[in-house]
Design a protein around this ligand. Structure first.
Ligand code: PNS
Length: 167
């Protein structure tokens, strides 16, 4: 059988309902979907890889064809190692398009066998981003409905454990 495996890569710091929406859509068109968290030493994430992985694993447990992994290095190399045929990325608005197109074309140049598939999340999530979620939460705003309850609870825990000067 020709199983189509796709990679959904990202930082997921933290996972939002927009990511989950895309995972659900992707799980319906690909036989296997690997949600791959980038281990990027240059970034200064709020949540550690294992925290992000744990949250994602809990939230995708109801999708039997979705699993979570951590990757480093070039996405195309990781995708080839996993025998994936496609990379799944979400496009929320025109503003995402330029960056996503550049990445997709560069990935195609590096590995012509790998296709990038773009999907649109539900309109309700078209203005949602992990960066804004963190900013809103840090400044005391409500992120209800924007992230899963589990993530909201983890944000609460994270911000109570952070030293005052980094809040
Ligand atoms: O959620 P993000 O931060 O928008 O995800 C970006 C990600 C992880 C997809 C991108 O940075 C990536 O693929 N990094 C791996 C390194 C790589 O392959 N770089 C060349 C991209 S053309």
């Amino acid at each position: 059988m020709n199983v189509v495996r796709a990679i959904y890569p990202g930082s997921f710091d933290p996972l939002t309902n927009g990511h989950l929406d895309l995972i659900e859509r992707g799980s319906k068109i690909f036989e296997e979907l690997i949600v791959a968290i980038l281990r990027n030493p240059e970034k200064d994430p709020l949540f550690t890889f294992s925290e992000r992985r744990a949250m994602l694993e809990q939230m995708v447990s109801s999708f039997p064809n979705v699993r979570v992994e951590i990757f480093e290095g070039l996405l195309v190399d990781y995708a080839m190692k996993k025998n994936a045929k496609a990379v799944l990325r979400g496009i929320r608005a025109i503003s995402d398009y330029e960056y996503e197109l550049q990445m997709a074309l560069m990935n195609r140049k590096l590995q012509p066998q790998l296709e990038t598939v773009f999907m649109m999340p539900a309109e309700a999530y078209s203005y949602l981003s992990s960066r804004l979620v963190k900013e809103i939460f840090r400044l005391g705003g409500s992120v209800r409905g924007l992230v899963p309850e589990l993530v909201e609870q983890k944000l609460r825990e994270k911000f109570t454990e952070l030293p005052l000067e980094s809040k």
